[in-house]
Structure formats: structure tokens, C-alpha cells
Design a binder for this molecule. Structure first.
Ligand code: AMP
Length: 340
């Protein structure tokens, strides 16, 4: 029978992505915390005073070297975007240390085909996929698999343009050709509590992407003269709220995704997740990606968002919400509901 004393556990994560928020959230909920850092990253995590302990690794990819130490300290690891990308979902599956969330769902998130099946089964609108370049008959966005933060994506509107532009990437064979949706990007941050069996909308953001978000600062004629090509490298996140009348349908999308996940993988998806999409001029929301864990777009809300303020009347970040769920699970002997 696991201990129901919160002092016997520590929340742990690696120093990147949303670690500040996760550690701060643990602190606010009175849980001990541990940050795995590289010598380089240590300074900033010490500076913010959000972790009780540090363990150093020379490279986050060597995380497994310190796994036994984390197990000895009864650490509960919170996976975030960088964590998943440093380890890869295959290694994540093999982790023995306590891990928040369903590991099986990460496979559905990281494989574009599986992800699409999941989202389609959930009844979401998705951008069309073009199986081969010859089929391109409207603007498309070409995305390379595993591209870090949108780097190298390009736009084309015909097969000829595609073949011309792909020349720059002779080594890339693994890409998807997706319909380009003209509209505004919206990222919806959810939290599904398995203890309460309830979905929450935590916040929204849009990304600040280089150079897509600055091209409009110069005239079209200058863009052509400078031969500028659009790219989507993420530099940061910008907080936003949506039209209030959109809330019911966005809430329903989240519920559908959770319901379908239970059909796909044992315990299904729980905890924080994000639907990433583009809203067109008719307010159709086309989802192009799901992240089955905390996203960096929640970082503007370390002190809570307008939506968490409505529900909690106290500052409630996604990191803190996670810590609260873990605390309640520990205290009520329901650890099996949050670990995966
Ligand atoms: P991703 O790496 O898939 O998250 O996409 C990076 C960025 O590319 C997004 O934040 C959007 O700005 C843009 N994007 C991705 N897919 C589409 C799409 N189908 N239509 C329009 N813009 C897109």
C-alpha cells in the first residue's frame, strides 16, 4: 500500500519547457520537488528558487543514468514536451520511475498517422492530407517529421512549386503534405481529472513564430524582392482569450478526444493536453495536432489564466493543477489513477 503522506514523495522533471511552472506548482501545493538539470541550466532554476533539490546530468538524453536515484527518492516524474523529445516515446514506455499520465497515449501522439485516426474518430475537423505531391491543387504546408518547433516547414500551391522547394531538403524523405488552412492559430489547453472525471479548459495561447509572425511588417513587394520564405520556428507563446460563444464547442472537442482515447489505450488520456488548430473565417476549427501532456503555451499563466480564475478564485497554473491532482491522489490512496 503506497504511503498517503505527501512528504514521502517529490515531484520531478527536467529543467526545460514548463519545468518552472511545474516546480512552482508543486511548491504552492506544499509538495517537495526535484529538478534534473544540466550544469548549464542549473543556474536559472536555482535563481527562481522553485526546486528543493537538484540532480545534475551532462545531457538530458542521459536521463536514464539517474533513474535509480529518482526511484530511491520516490520521485513522480512529470513528462513535458522537452522530456518526451529527449527520451523518445520508446524509452518513455520503459521508464520504471513513477510517471504521471498514460505512457501508451504518447505513441498515439507521436505517430502522425495514429494521431490522425484518434482525432478523426473524435469527430474533429482536420486539414486534408495529400498522399503525393501530384495531388496538390491548393495551398499546402509541408511538415517534416520530428522537425523541432516548426523549423523548415514550407508552403506550396502546386506540384511544380513543391518540387522546386523540396530541393533545399535533399535528405528529407519523411514529411506530410497538409492542406494550408487560412485563419488564426489557436491552442486550447485542457486538463482532464481522472479523480473527478471532469474536463477543465485551463487557457489558450497562440505561438510567436519566426518568421511567420513578422512577415507582415514588410510590404509584399519587399518580401518578394528579398525572396523570403515563410517558416514557423517557435520563439515564444502569446496569451489569448477566445470569443465566449466558442467555449461550448471547444469544451466538447476536448471531451470527445478524451472519450475516444479510452477506446484506444487502456486508461485513456488524462491530465493536461492541448488541441492545436487554425480557426478559419467561418469559425471552423481545424485541428492539426494534439499534445498529450503539458504544453509550453501554458507558461504565460503561472499566476493563473482568466479561465482558471473563474473556477478557482486563486492562482491556478496548469503546473499547480497537476500538483493538486497528485496531492489528492496521494492523500486518498488513489495513486493508481494518476500513474501510467
Ligand atoms: P506544428 O509544428 O504542426 O505545430 O505547426 C507549426 C505552425 O505551422 C503552427 O503553429 C501554425 O502556425 C502552422 N500550421 C501548421 N499546420 C497548419 C495548417 N494545416 N494550416 C495553416 N497553418 C498551419
Amino acid at each position: 500500500m503506497p504511503s498517503t503522506n505527501t512528504n514521502d514523495y517529490r515531484i520531478a522533471t527536467i529543467g526545460s519547457h514548463t519545468a518552472l511552472q511545474i516546480l512552482k506548482g508543486a511548491q504552492e501545493e506544499g509538495l517537495k520537488s526535484l529538478c534534473v538539470v544540466t550544469p548549464n541550466a542549473r543556474k536559472i532554476y536555482e535563481y527562481y528558487g522553485v526546486a528543493n533539490e537538484f540532480i545534475e546530468v551532462d545531457d538530458y538524453r542521459n536521463f536514464l543514468q539517474i533513474e535509480d536515484e529518482l526511484i530511491r527518492r520516490n520521485a513522480i516524474v512529470i513528462p513535458h514536451g522537452s522530456f518526451v523529445s529527449y527520451l523518445g516515446h520508446e524509452q518513455m514506455k520503459k521508464l520504471n520511475v513513477m510517471h504521471y499520465g498514460t505512457k501508451g497515449i504518447l505513441e498515439w501522439e507521436s505517430d502522425r498517422n495514429k494521431e490522425r485516426i484518434w482525432l478523426e474518430k473524435s469527430g474533429l475537423k482536420l486539414p486534408a492530407i495529400f498522399k503525393n505531391p501530384e495531388a496538390i491543387n491548393r495551398p499546402v504546408i509541408i511538415k517534416f517529421h520530428g522537425a523541432g518547433g516548426g523549423f523548415g516547414y514550407f508552403i506550396a500551391k502546386s506540384p511544380e512549386e513543391f518540387y522546386e522547394r523540396i530541393k533545399k531538403y535533399p535528405k528529407e524523405e519523411n514529411y506530410v503534405i497538409q492542406e494550408y488552412i487560412v485563419g488564426v492559430p489557436i491552442y486550447v489547453h485542457y486538463f482532464y481529472s481522472r479523480l473527478k472525471n471532469e474536463l477543465e479548459i485551463m487557457s489558450f495561447d497562440k505561438r510567436y513564430e519566426s518568421n511567420a509572425d513578422s512577415i507582415g511588417r514588410i510590404a509584399a513587394r519587399d518580401q518578394l524582392a528579398a525572396d523570403i520564405q515563410t517558416s514557423y520556428t517557435i520563439a515564444g507563446n502569446i496569451p489569448m482569450v477566445v470569443r465566449e460563444s466558442l467555449l461550448p464547442s471547444l469544451y466538447e472537442l476536448g471531451e470527445n478526444v478524451v472519450r475516444t482515447s479510452k477506446e484506444l489505450v487502456g486508461d485513456g488520456l488524462f491530465g493536461p493536453f492541448c488541441l492545436e488548430g487554425i480557426m478559419d473565417t467561418n469559425l471552423n476549427f481545424f485541428v492539426f495536432e494534439i499534445s498529450a501532456r503539458i504544453v509550453a503555451g501554458t507558461n504565460p499563466y503561472i499566476n493563473g489564466s482568466p479561465y482558471t480564475w473563474l473556477r478557482y478564485n486563486e492562482p491556478m497554473s496548469t503546473g499547480r493543477r497537476l500538483a493538486r491532482e497528485i496531492k489528492e491522489a496521494i492523500q486518498s490512496g488513489a495513486m493508481d489513477k494518476i500513474l501510467g
